[in-house]
Design a protein around this ligand. Structure first.
Ligand code: BG6
Length: 468
């Protein structure tokens, strides 16, 4: 990429937003789409179901016009596997394929590159019921078939791909991969088996993309929960190191180096739970490393050795504890822009691969004021502080290729709450009351427009004095 004058951000840097199919599209059973595991999730009292979301399926042209007005040159969303293969394994659904053709064409004709996640927590329900999701190698093969189908169809429209959203959650949230641990005797062994199967599926997708799409770029993605030692006691430093190894490093190591790190192998050997692989798995991982790395970043925590030692339930997260030095949002997510810089520097020092920040943002409960807008100075402050730290990391030599915020319009949060809003564009709906779903620009809309127009230079524009 070419740099313009003294701006650390190069021309061609990606600016935009990121979402998923199920958190925005709605049309959950339209045009032949089969149910996914998300559609089957019980809806908590006072939360939203997934049937309509923000109706992006029908309103994408209107939304894309607004993204263009902001100046987006990239937009990340996911393909819904069950729109393409309604039961995950039978006949392909042409109407589902056509929807993404139309969507990608609309983005491209508005100067916006689609950045596409193959899998974002929404397995076709039939594959969870029949095979227990990614616990089965059958599902790995079906994922490869799905991936090859979409690469062949969209390879000439989409250059940047991600395999699995936040793949590191596989060890703590196997249900997102359609896996139930009910009745499983050795749960830890099962978790690592699923993690292995997902690594194999990831590597197969890297291989297929490189075979089918010349110049196609594939990422491995993790959610980077930054963690610090809770104190400067050496015990906390080691506890933090071990937590980070399993939360983050394990995944980046396999994506980038193509093999399991020794700290995982030794641990699994000691416990006698080395996952069962198939012949050729090791070569597949080794030969199919990624082109770039991608992260979502929202918050940081600390790790305490004492908490880990005394926790009732042992696990990767048992030592994790809040940082008393940081403010949080209503959901307890600690606001830590410097943490983003820590993550970027650590990743680049270890892997030397381009980094694409594909999620960053703050969820807040909001209402339209009498001017039909939201004065979301807190969002402007959160995003601008994170972008500033990203720029410092770039000045310090880190190769960041893009920055996408989480949400663009409001969308349903991963837990099913609509009132945890993330967008630059307010969507007029409540949890169960869909109202009219009309779009309204928040104050941050104009702020992000100026950020993009100045390629990240005008970060303090429009910020109210109280937060400057
Ligand atoms: C990421 C997920 O973990 O965080 C998204 O990729 C999710 O699906 C986002 O929506 C924000 O989390 P939440 O729980 O506030 O929606």
């Amino acid at each position: 990429m070419k740099k313009n004058n003294d701006n650390i951000i190069p021309e061609g840097f990606f600016w935009g937003g990121a979402v998923t199919s199920f958190q925005t599209e709605g049309a959950w059973n339209k045009d032949g789409k089969g149910p996914s595991i998300v559609d089957a999730r019980p809806v908590k009292e006072g939360y939203s179901n997934w049937e309509t979301a923000v109706d992006f399926y029908h309103r994408y042209k209107e939304d894309i016009a607004l993204f263009r007005e902001m100046g987006f040159n990239a937009y990340r969303t996911s393909i819904s596997w069950s729109r393409i293969f309604p039961d995950g394994e039978g006949e392909v659904n042409e109407k589902g394929l056509q929807f993404y053709d139309d969507l990608f064409d609309e983005l491209i004709s508005n100067g916006i590159q689609p950045v596409i996640t193959l899998y974002h927590f929404d397995l076709p329900l039939a594959l969870a019921q029949k095979y227990n999701g990614f616990a089965s190698r059958k599902v790995v093969d079906l994922f490869d078939r799905y991936a090859r189908t979409v690469f062949k169809r969209y390879g000439h429209k989409v250059k940047y791909w991600l395999t699995f959203n936040e793949q590191n959650l596989v060890l703590t949230k196997p249900q997102y991969w359609g896996v139930s641990l009910d009745g499983v005797d050795h749960k830890e062994a099962m978790l690592y088996q699923v993690a292995h199967n997902v690594f194999v599926a990831h590597a197969k997708a890297v291989k297929s993309l490189h075979e089918l799409v010349p110049g196609g770029q594939m990422a491995g993605m993790v959610t980077y929960l930054a963690t610090y030692p809770n104190t400067c006691k050496p015990e906390d430093v080691i506890a933090n190191m071990k937590t980070k190894e399993l939360l983050v490093d394990f995944f980046f190591d396999v994506f980038s180096n193509g093999e399991y790190p020794t700290y995982v192998i030794k641990d699994l050997e000691r416990k006698g739970i080395i996952p069962i692989g198939e012949e050729g798995d090791a070569e597949l991982l080794k030969e199919n490393t990624v082109d770039y790395l991608s992260i979502s970043y929202y918050q940081s925590q600390t790790v305490s050795a004492e908490k880990a030692a005394t926790a009732d339930e042992k696990g990767i997260l048992s030592g994790v504890t809040p940082n008393p030095n940081l403010k949080t949002n209503e959901w307890g997510w600690a606001i830590d822009p410097i943490g983003l810089r820590v993550c970027l520097k650590d990743m680049y020092a270890r892997y030397r691969l381009p980094i694409f920040i594909t999620e960053n943002g703050i969820g807040v409960r909001e209402e339209l004021n009498d001017q039909n807008t939201v004065e979301d100075d807190y969002r402007i402050e959160y995003l601008s502080e994170h972008i500033k730290q990203m720029k410092v990391a770039m000045e310090e030599g880190v190769d960041v290729i893009g920055y996408l915020t989480w949400g663009s319009t409001d969308l349903i949060s991963s837990g099913g709450q609509f009132e945890k809003r993330y967008g630059f564009i307010y969507v007029n709906r409540g949890e169960s009351d869909l109202r009219d779903l009309k779009r309204y620009k928040k104050k941050s809309f104009d702020w992000y427009k100026r950020v993009i127009a100045s390629n990240g230079e005008e970060l303090d524009a429009l910020m109210s004095k109280s937060v400057r």
